[in-house]
Design a protein around this ligand. Structure first.
Ligand code: WQD
Length: 345
């Protein structure tokens, strides 16, 4: 079904890990994209990489979304935006515990400013980058979208819960506008070209960049945060999902809305592989798929870690027609290839 909307899409945070990979997928699906990224956590290197992969360029406005006046001027200059994918936010659980106000201000004030523009200008489609961290410690696995949300485990997770609630409340009073909330599980890996990938902000807190930096010699040794959990091998279980699969889900969600296939105007989808993998299993998969032995030790548990979480992704499969294409070996090989590319830059 053809839609009559302009194909001009605004990506906030296009200079980040998930934003840049989604940009590639949008370009490959014929969308015209414009970017707002204040480069506080993003890198122009990633936009350059996208241009190299797709031979398409994107204009970035280094505007802080917390600056309502600058954002208003931007939308005055670009009145033909038919969809927004909102990635721009801080996303470190640990940092959010250390600096809660930084997270509440940055992640929530920016979203309020953006949603005010969306409402005033009747922008028809809005996709919000949410996270499995809204689920906290779940009782029943796999976790489905209608699992009741507990009190969040961190200011970061709470900022995502607040964001979802703000959008749900707005959708109630904006029946003509369509919203989708995408809850990412653990995005890992890099584009097969290895020209774009994850650029950790300082010392990596996440497992996979720490693995690849250890393997390439940037880090001495990986510490596994606990192997005394009630799981099959004692280490925590997560749902790792290739960043390119996360990217394609955004394009499909946009097309889902533009083709008016949505049944409600604020639907939520889990973006996970549906498979739980333990830390020790992921390390083994890294070693087997790259041939690199990893130097690691077992250390103490990390505060705030949930024992196990993985997605029921049936809804995204059935409604968005989204089928994850990459397995754990692809995730590990692409992450490793990207680490090697960075080392040779
Ligand atoms: C995964 C597993 C660690 C590092 C977080 C956010 C989530 C999302 C993804 C934003 C855990 C273990 C880790 C290390 C380790 N981000 N680990 N040694 O915590 O599942 O999710 O990132 O949306 O919101 O919560 O990801 O990669 O930090 O940890 O043993 O050096 O790896 O204990 O079991 P996490 P992670």
């Amino acid at each position: 079904m053809k839609h009559h909307f302009s194909k001009k899409i605004l990506l906030t945070g296009a200079c980040g890990y998930i934003g840049s990979h989604t940009l590639v997928d949008l370009f490959e699906n014929g969308f015209d994209v414009i970017s707002i990224d204040n480069l506080s956590r993003g890198y122009m290197q990633l936009l350059k990489g996208v241009e190299k992969i797709t031979e398409k360029s994107v204009q970035n406005y280094a505007i802080d979304l917390c600056d309502a006046a600058a954002l208003h001027d931007f939308f005055d200059t670009h009145p033909d935006i038919s969809g927004i994918i909102h990635f721009a936010a801080y996303k470190s659980v640990n940092e959010s515990v250390r600096e809660p106000l930084l997270y509440y201000h940055n992640n929530i004030a920016s979203l309020v400013n953006l949603l005010q523009e969306v409402q005033q200008r009747q922008i028809p489609h809005f996709i919000f980058s949410s996270s499995c961290s809204v689920y906290g410690n779940v009782k029943h696995l796999p976790v489905t979208e209608n699992t009741p949300l507990p009190t969040a485990e961190s200011p970061y997770g709470f900022s995502k819960q607040i964001g979802e609630t703000m959008i749900r409340d707005m959708a109630q009073v904006c029946p003509q506008q369509q919203f989708v909330l995408l809850r990412y599980f653990n995005p890992v890996g890099a584009h097969p070209s290895a020209i774009i990938g994850e650029i950790p902000h300082g010392t990596p807190e996440n497992l996979v960049p720490y693995i690849t930096q250890t393997a390439i010699g940037k880090r001495e040794q990986l510490t596994v945060y606990g192997n005394d959990y009630p799981t099959r091998d004692g280490s925590c279980i997560r749902d790792y999902i290739h960043v390119c699969d996360i990217a394609s889900a955004h394009t499909k969600a946009l097309q889902y809305l533009m083709d008016k296939k949505n049944t409600g105007n604020c639907e939520v989808f889990n973006l996970g592989s549906g498979e739980g993998v333990s830390v020790l299993e992921l390390i083994q998969a890294f070693e087997q798929s790259t041939g690199k032995a990893l130097n690691y030790r077992i250390g103490a548990r990390r505060a705030g870690d949930v024992v196990a979480v993985y997605a029921d992704n049936t809804l995204a499969k059935e409604k968005l027609g989204w089928i994850p294409q990459y397995g754990v070996a692809d995730m590990m090989q692409s992450a490793w290839k990207w680490e090697q590319y960075c080392a040779n830059m």
